[in-house]
Design a protein around this ligand. Structure first.
Ligand SMILES: *[C@@H]1O[C@H](CO)[C@@H](O)[C@H](O)[C@H]1NC(C)=O
Ligand SMILES: *[C@@H]1O[C@H](CO)[C@@H](O)[C@H](O)[C@H]1NC(C)=O
Length: 285
């Protein structure tokens, strides 16, 4: 990303210098015809035969030409700037903070194997400041909490929050078997509120405690994050593809993104604005 930014600056600087030099050359040209006019003027004065009106008309024409050229240069400069901005996402991208912070929310419950997930996140994370890790634990499972706490104690960029409402959920008889989903929905609401409302983050990457991430997980989200502000029809970005089998994907196109109406979930990135729309209608399960 920073490489792209440097390039962008260089291109802009080059174009600005180019246009300025061009304008300078244009203006430098001007005195010549003006000199001609003056020479003509003195020549005509010599013969005491001045057509004042014709000369002032010529000067007016020259000045008009100069200002037209200047206007045209400014217009071109503006056009170049706009094109460059459009290529880099325009106004929408400028909405995003220069150095985004994309916290990773780990949704945990009663599996001590959350250790594996945390180890991978720590291992592949390029920068703890950009990607602080926030573990939200439900279920009040002490052994799992002890594992999480060992990470929190050894790394200031990792924190833990406990879902405080451990009350039982009364579920309609028919739905008994789905009780787990009610608890997950309650936990997600709490956890997303914690990161996006209480802590006020602009976006969040959500992972569950049993997810294995790939080495380019963080790069993927850092690179695709600007798309969420560029395209308001995007709801979220997921790193998961349910159909991501070797025989079904194009192995030669690692940069290929698919637009889908199916929610893949798992490792996914959500902006706070979308959470603002979702939380009032968040389902019980
Ligand atoms: C949780 O586990 C730790 C370490 O095994 C233990 O010291 C602590 O007493 C336990 N806490 C509860 C509330 O069971
Ligand atoms: C705890 O969760 C239950 C079930 O979702 C809910 O009815 C209750 O209002 C919650 N309590 C608090 C304090 O949020």
């Amino acid at each position: 990303m920073s490489f792209k930014r440097i390039n962008y600056r260089r291109v802009t600087t080059f174009l600005v210098i180019f246009v300025l030099v061009w304008m300078f050359l244009l203006i430098k040209d001007i005195p010549k015809p003006l000199k001609d006019v003056r020479n003509k003027l003195s020549a005509e004065q010599k013969y005491d035969n001045i057509d004042k009106e014709a000369i002032s008309q010529k000067v007016d024409v020259l000045f008009e030409r100069v200002s037209n050229e200047l206007e045209e240069s400014n217009r071109l400069l503006l056009e170049v700037q706009q094109k460059l901005l459009a290529r880099h996402g325009g106004g929408a991208v400028r909405e995003l903070p220069k150095k985004p912070i994309l916290p990773v929310l780990v949704v945990a419950c009663n599996r001590v194997t959350v250790r594996r997930c945390l180890e991978q996140l720590v291992k592949h994370r390029p920068d703890p400041e950009t990607f602080p890790i926030i573990v939200s634990q439900d279920c009040g499972h002490n052994a799992t909490y002890q594992v999480i706490k060992s990470f929190v104690d050894s790394d200031p960029s990792i924190s833990v929050v406990l879902q405080p409402n451990q009350s039982d959920i009364t579920v309609p008889k028919k739905m008994r078997s789905l009780k787990g989903y009610y608890k997950i929905a309650r936990h997600y609401k709490f956890a997303l509120d914690h990161v996006l409302v209480t802590l006020g983050h602009e976006a969040v990457i959500i992972v569950e405690d049993d997810l294995d991430i790939s080495p380019d997980f963080f790069e993927y989200f850092l690179g695709t994050y600007p798309l969420l502000s560029k395209d308001p029809t995007l709801w979220c970005i997921s790193a998961w593809n349910d159909n991501g089998k070797q025989s079904l994907i194009d192995l030669a196109s690692p940069g290929l993104l698919h637009r889908t109406q199916f929610f893949p979930g798992l490792g996914w990135l959500l902006r706070s604005g979308v959470w603002g729309e979702l939380r009032p209608v968040w389902p019980e399960a």
